[in-house]
Design a protein around this ligand. Structure first.
Ligand SMILES: *Cc1c(COP(=O)(O)O)cnc(C)c1O
Length: 411
């Protein structure tokens, strides 16, 4: 069964839901792994922590890029080994660090955090290998380095490493992540080369070879029709060249590349009305079920004709989502606004859009809904029924997945 057939079937019993397509996820991650067999890939759990998605990613050789203690524990729960989990986030608490102690590779995000880890290690009388997230002296696109809330600026870090004051903490890895959703292959390739050079500078300061270089993300996906896929084979050649004879473990993190295009969000038409000449199609759970399309429309409304830069993961760019009415290919067309059932006028996902004639019971599907979708939407607002999450297995059967609240950390 294909995704659209599954969606029409599920819509018979459900008014709003996500569908994640396992076959599509596996196709995409196979492409990545085949293109870069010398890279260890991590799945960025924060983009979609649905349990079936986690199982799919982790059972296909992906480690975990965890952004919280909860995500570390979720990765462990789904069978990932501690050495394949990397926990990187600003502002970690001592409680979170303790909760995942030796259950993941800790990546310190500041000098304060290195010292916090040193204090915890000293109190346990244990040594620990950690990584550090670095804000390099160069920007993602090669310009001069910029200020960032993430990581430690390279220059003071190098000074710190040269003095090396923490007896229990050994810095064995580096992590850099400066941008998501880049589609220019050459920009990513040049970025990779600069980070490998950065690793060499860090090794010179510590006098030790690094165990891993985590290149972060950056690999984007086509959202709008005009977007093109990153050239993975070119990227692979360039990175292999930059790595050269190094034995260091090379890591790349991906979230959206794996699941962004493998998810759909379906909403039932609840009502249609004409108000003073304008036709409104009222859909189930728009802004509250899938926030990004409403944010896009709001951003573009205020931008007018100005250029609209991406601000991930809230906003990607114009024409990032398309709206398809299922089984309505031969219906007459009309111009409508697609709006939601919330008691706010801001849940609008499209204005003056050309759609087939829609009536209550019809289904509208939004594409590109696999990443930063359910996890990023204000589902508590107005106590609406939550959208369900369904997972389309390889054998074409679809099943309901308890998705929400999986990655919770409670002390
Ligand atoms: C969110 C995040 C990612 C994933 O980004 P995608 O664009 O979804 O691939 C990777 N690394 C870090 C550090 C992140 O915060």
């Amino acid at each position: 069964m294909d995704a659209m057939t599954a969606i029409s079937r599920i819509a018979e019993k459900c008014d709003s839901f996500y569908l994640y397509d396992k076959r599509s996820i596996i196709e995409r991650i196979t492409k990545l792994k085949m293109a870069m067999p010398f890279v260890d890939f991590l799945y960025s759990v924060k983009c979609n922590h649905n349990p079936n998605v986690l199982d799919t990613m982790f059972s296909h050789g992906f480690g975990a890029d965890a952004a919280s203690a909860g995500e570390v524990l979720a990765a462990l729960d789904h069978g990932t080994l501690p050495e394949n989990i990397y926990f990187s986030a600003p502002g970690k608490s001592a409680k979170e660090i303790e909760a995942v102690w030796k259950k993941a590779n800790l990546i310190a995000d500041s000098l304060h955090e290195i010292e916090l880890i040193e204090k915890i290690a000293a109190s346990k009388e244990e040594a620990i290998n950690i990584g550090v997230r670095i804000n390099p002296e160069t920007a993602f696109d090669g310009g001069i380095g910029v200020s960032s809330k993430f990581g430690i600026d390279e220059e003071p870090l190098i000074t710190y490493l040269t003095a090396s004051q923490c007896p229990h903490v050994h810095i064995m890895g580096i992590h850099v992540h400066q941008r998501s959703q880049e589609l220019n292959t050459k920009v990513i390739a040049d970025y990779h080369r600069r980070i490998i050079d950065l690793a060499t500078r860090v090794e010179a300061a510590t006098g030790t070879e690094l165990a891993y270089i985590n290149l972060g993300s950056g690999i984007g996906i086509p959202y709008a029709d005009r977007d093109e896929e990153v050239d993975l084979s070119l990227l692979s050649k360039s990175l292999k060249n930059a790595v050269g004879e190094r034995k260091t473990r090379i890591l790349i993190e991906v979230g959206r590349y794996a699941v962004g295009k493998s998810g759909y969000y379906a909403m039932k038409v609840m009502d249609r009305k004409i108000s003073r000449g304008k036709t409104f199609i009222i859909l189930k759970n728009t802004l509250n079920g899938f926030l990004r399309p409403s944010i896009a429309r709001l951003t573009e409304y205020y931008a007018g004709d100005r250029e609209c830069l991406g601000r991930e993961p809230l906003y990607t760019g114009r024409y990032s989502f398309s709206f398809t009415a299922i089984g309505k290919e031969s219906a007459p067309r009309e111009t409508v606004d697609l709006v939601g059932n919330l008691c706010t006028a801001t849940d609008v996902i499209a204005e003056n859009i050309d759609m087939p004639y829609l009536e209550p019971g019809d289904v509208v599907v939004i594409n590109n809904a696999g990443a930063y979708s359910a996890v990023l939407s204000p589902m508590q607002f107005s106590s609406q029924e939550r959208p369900e999450e369904y997972f389309l297995g390889m054998d074409g059967t679809e099943f309901r997945a308890a998705g929400y609240g999986t990655a919770q950390f409670q002390d």
